[in-house]
Design a protein around this ligand. Structure first.
Ligand code: FMN
Length: 308
């Protein structure tokens, strides 16, 4: 039987689309594949100004997303055997268009379907995936796999290149800095996952899919990330509330607080993060067993409320 696969995604720069194309490239001849693109009613700017960028944080973190356009009725009226759901984290949560889609009526097409999530991001995705697991559970979908592609450069390098990309629109290498985003060779090699998804589907063995994907390196996760995300999400929640008290998205009254958040973020990344790495390392040594248990949890698909 030819599986009917629906690939649902939002991508601002096209990176995630490239990743998804690679995932399905070797199964195009064996499966019917259709794409459903999530589009915000009002597109987000690209490149961003610094203020536009941080102004998107409060609503992203509080899950008050932008409106998204309806999907074509042709797509909605078809039945699919499997959904590949591509998304990217923004501020440690699903991007606003992703959340807009998951909260809307359109996501009802996920009901009862096996879903494989594909994440393309800088390197912080744990909390966003917890939220997506929660949404998928609420929609009655079955998460059967998760593939995560990140920028494998050191944290500070990927922060600098993602800033150059977001604020100047420049993805390619310049000066001492490499290209931004997920490495081209990792995108190209993502084709290995498509065959695995396909084979598990035709063998009616989706229950073991994640084990096979992990064996193929679908998720590389360092324990330190758990600590960084735990710290980050707490602060983002506080700042989201603080900024929103002054108004909604784009309200000039909240620009001062949004820019304060930006400055703090820069200090946290470039000055506090080396110190924070050290304390995270100490915590890592002291709580190694707990953190290794956490790492194992985040590599799997189960959802336990409050893990982050
Ligand atoms: C507003 C914003 C916030 C972001 N926050 C995160 C984040 O929390 N964690 C992360 O790993 N990447 C983050 N990124 C990078 C994105 O996840 C993604 O890799 C990049 O935007 C390219 O995705 P695209 O396919 O939508 O073009 C952020 C990007 C934007 C624009």
């Amino acid at each position: 039987m030819r599986p009917r696969i629906l690939v649902v995604y939002y991508s601002q720069t096209g990176q995630l689309r490239q990743i998804l194309d690679s995932v399905v490239t070797d199964i195009k001849g064996k499966a019917d594949i259709e794409y459903a693109v999530i589009e915000p009613v009002t597109p987000f700017p690209f490149p961003w100004t610094a203020l536009q960028f941080v102004d998107a944080m409060p609503e992203t973190v509080e899950h008050l997303p932008c409106a998204v356009k309806p999907l074509s009725s042709e797509l909605l009226n078809k039945d699919y055997d499997l959904v590949i759901f591509g998304y990217q984290p923004w501020f440690l949560n699903p991007s606003q268009p992703t959340t807009g889609f998951l909260q809307g009526d359109l996501a009802k097409l996920f009901k009862g379907k096996p879903v494989v999530t594909v994440i393309g991001c800088r390197n912080m995705w744990l909390h966003a995936q917890e939220k997506v697991k929660e949404y998928l559970g609420g929609l009655g979908a079955h998460l059967v796999g998760n593939i995560v592609l990140t920028d494998t450069n050191p944290n500070l390098v990927s922060t600098l290149t993602v800033m150059r990309w977001s604020f100047k629109g420049q993805k390619g290498a310049s000066g001492l800095l490499p290209a931004a985003g997920v490495q081209d060779e990792d995108i190209a090699a993502a084709n290995r996952f498509g065959i695995t998804i396909y084979q598990h589907f035709v063998d009616s063995n989706l229950i073991d899919l994640q084990r096979s994907l992990l064996a193929q390196g679908a998720i590389a996760l360092k324990p330190g990330l758990v600590i960084l995300e735990q710290r980050g999400i707490k602060n983002f929640r506080l700042w989201a509330k603080f900024i929103r008290r002054k108004g909604g998205p784009g309200d000039p009254a909240r620009a001062g607080r949004a820019l304060m958040f930006k400055n703090l973020l820069l200090v946290a990344i470039f000055i506090l993060s080396p110190i924070s790495n050290l304390t995270a390392f100490i915590k890592l040594v002291m709580k190694r067993h707990t953190l290794l248990r956490d790492v194992e949890y985040f590599r799997q698909l189960e959802y336990q409320e409050g893990r982050l």
